[in-house]
Design a protein around this ligand. Structure first.
Ligand SMILES: [Zn+2]
Length: 209
């Protein structure tokens, strides 16, 4: 099993269930909306470099094989977090609004994405080279922005969902669009188990840190 381990986080495949890079990043905040139990895997900014290393593998298809570069995690952190948070707000609200995008959420999202793209002098979206030339790495900020902007496409936006167990955002690529969980093997099974013991308090399970 591929496992890239930072100081506090093992960046396993389960951490990459969002369907696209930008949602994997949004999901580095666990249990959003649960004030008592939420936590941030980027609390230590050095984890951003480990995330980028793991995402280069787990998101190789989306990235067209281009690797992500983080020159200085501490310097990158404010913009990475800005793209992450504006992405989560825009698309989480879109899920609740049936795919509609709130103008008030779009402005900060587009500003953050513009700042992210400014970190890379590259050509994105070319056939076979969705994130630019795979021979050189691309700045993680630019890749996050490119991935997040791809979610604006109607056929992606209408497939966005929120996991019923852990509150992660994910892209449902199933044929009939019927997925309920970000990861059946983790969230699906935990919810089934908690239904089985329904006399117990059915609190959402936290992913292992
Ligand atoms: Zn989940």
């Amino acid at each position: 099993m591929v496992r890239i381990t930072g100081m506090t986080v093992s960046w396993t495949r389960h951490r990459f269930q969002g369907g696209v890079l930008a949602l994997d990043a949004a999901n580095t905040v666990v249990l959003r909306g649960d004030a008592a139990r939420t936590f941030d895997r980027f609390e230590d900014p050095l984890e951003i470099a480990c995330f980028a290393e793991a995402a280069s593998l787990f998101r190789a298809d989306e990235l067209g094989g281009r690797r992500l570069a983080v020159a200085d995690p501490l310097a990158s952190a404010p913009l990475v977090l800005s793209i992450r948070e504006t992405t989560d707000r825009l698309f989480r609200n879109a899920v609740h609004a049936g795919g509609g995008l709130a103008a008030a959420d779009m402005t900060p999202f587009l500003r953050a994405c513009a700042d992210g793209l400014a970190c890379a002098d590259t050509l994105v979206g070319a056939p076979g080279r969705p994130f630019g030339d795979a021979d050189t790495p691309v700045a993680v900020e630019a890749a996050l922005a490119t991935s997040a902007l791809s979610l604006l496409a109607h056929d992606r936006r209408t497939r966005l969902k929120v996991c019923r167990n852990c509150n992660w955002l994910f892209l449902d690529r199933s044929r009939n669009g019927s997925r309920l969980w970000c990861d059946m093997a983790v969230c699906g099974n935990r919810r089934k188990a908690s239904r089985h013991y329904r006399r117990r308090k059915a609190a959402p399970e936290v992913h292992d840190a």
